[in-house]
Unconditional design. Structure first.
Length: 405
């Protein structure tokens, strides 16, 4: 190839790369209206990029630091142990809220961290290390939040599973002496004030036969680079100690929806990106959602659907009345969207003229609603879909009651 041919090839090749990159940007922007708006505002100089690139998840750094720490102690390598301990504590400051709950939006990450901190504390304790007191305080905090998230029927699988999580009981591997020490620490770690847990994005409620766990990420947007799914407005609810309405968990095929409410097939909040500033996020999706316990249940208010034009505030109210539950939904705004409400259950579902009968063992509940309903049955879970198209503002409700014998 001559020099002129080489220059011609380079120009052509670079032009093809530029065109390909431009087409990729256009394709992404067309599929994501929020990204399209950000790029348009960026072009006009109205927003600036955060400049934040991808970094490892703090939870992954924490787990890696714990492994270094314990390996260093086992091999009498003080330098490695000190490096691992510094990484462990630094990552904990980034990845944990004041309640000890993970900021990554995954209850399964909480399970992993409960084991990590228990193991590190017990290792330091058995070696008589001075850092055992610092590790004990962190273990109490993390395990307290883990126990608060665990409902009578088990830990809800909210969010993605972290890499390497291959256990259900984080403390099953401990021997008798370690378990006795952990049991004592666990009694001290009980999270009495659940308000601090709610402020970290996790609301736990127990009333009558019902127990529930709601997740509300700060700002409504799933954490950038975290393990969160679009779980806002889709709690896990247990009835009489048995999981009734659940999160489908991790490893589902792309496009599989969680429970909750959607408008025209859209999730309550957009996908998050590291270069979106706080000001841009609020301009797109309004103020942060509000999730609170009420006198008879839980109330959620959110504005994330406003990104499609107009003020579209959503309110969801879970009203618990003895053995029964009424879920009331309010959609404010204008337009005529397709409103879909999903419930996902491991119980057997049978459809009749009076509604849907949910059964498991001796338990039987009747689910009724105000919209057309359809079922999608899987091997383990059934998705119940209530769907309607309505002029806004709109109000609807679903009801769950025990079936009389």
């Amino acid at each position: 190839m001559t020099r002129s041919e080489s220059c011609s090839y380079t120009k052509t090749h670079n032009s093809e790369l530029t065109i390909s990159s431009l087409l990729t940007i256009l394709r992404e922007s067309w599929q994501d209206p929020v990204l399209r708006q950000w790029r348009w505002d960026r072009l006009r100089g109205r927003v600036k990029a955060n400049g934040a690139g991808w970094t490892a998840r703090p939870g992954d750094l924490l787990v890696e630091g714990a492994a270094l720490y314990r390996t260093g102690l086992a091999g009498n390598d003080e330098a490695k142990a000190a490096h691992g301990l510094r990484q462990l504590i630094t990552a904990a400051e980034t990845s944990l809220g004041p309640s000890g709950a993970t900021r990554e939006g995954s209850s399964l990450r909480q399970r992993q961290l409960a084991r990590v901190f228990a193991d590190c504390w017990l290792t330091a304790r058995s070696s008589g290390r001075p850092e055992q007191w610092r590790l004990a305080a962190l273990a109490r905090s993390v395990i307290g939040a883990y126990d608060a998230m665990t409902l009578p029927g088990g830990l809800p699988q909210i969010g993605e599973a972290p890499k390497g999580l291959n256990f259900r009981d984080p403390f099953a591997h401990l021997h008798e002496g370690e378990r006795r020490a952990l049991d004592e620490l666990r009694r001290q770690s009980r999270l009495v004030d659940l308000e601090i847990l709610r402020q970290d994005g996790w609301l736990r409620l127990d009333v009558g036969p019902w127990s529930g766990l709601w997740h509300c990420p700060p700002g409504g947007w799933p954490a950038q680079g975290g393990l969160a799914h679009h779980d806002l407005g889709a709690p896990e609810l247990h009835w009489q100690g048995s999981p009734l309405f659940v999160d489908p968990g991790s490893g589902k095929p792309a496009g599989a929806r969680h429970g909750g409410l959607s408008l025209d097939g859209h999730d309550p909040y957009p996908e998050t990106r590291g270069f979106y500033s706080s000001a841009f996020r609020q301009s797109v999706a309004g103020p942060a959602p509000e999730l609170r316990a009420t006198h008879d249940g839980v109330r959620l208010a959110m504005d994330g659907f406003g990104r499609f034009g107009g003020h579209r505030q959503i309110e969801r109210h879970w009203h618990f009345d003895g053995p029964g539950l009424t879920l009331e939904d309010i959609v404010l705004g204008t337009g005529r969207p397709r409103i879909e409400r999903r419930l996902i259950t491991p119980w057997t579902v049978e459809q009749s003229e009076t509604g849907l009968t949910l059964s498991q063992g001796e338990h039987r509940l009747l689910l009724t609603g105000d919209s057309a309903v359809s079922l999608q049955r899987g091997d383990l879970l059934t998705t119940i879909l209530f769907k309607t198209r309505a002029n806004l503002p709109w109000r609807g409700s679903l009801s769950v009651r025990p079936v009389s014998a």
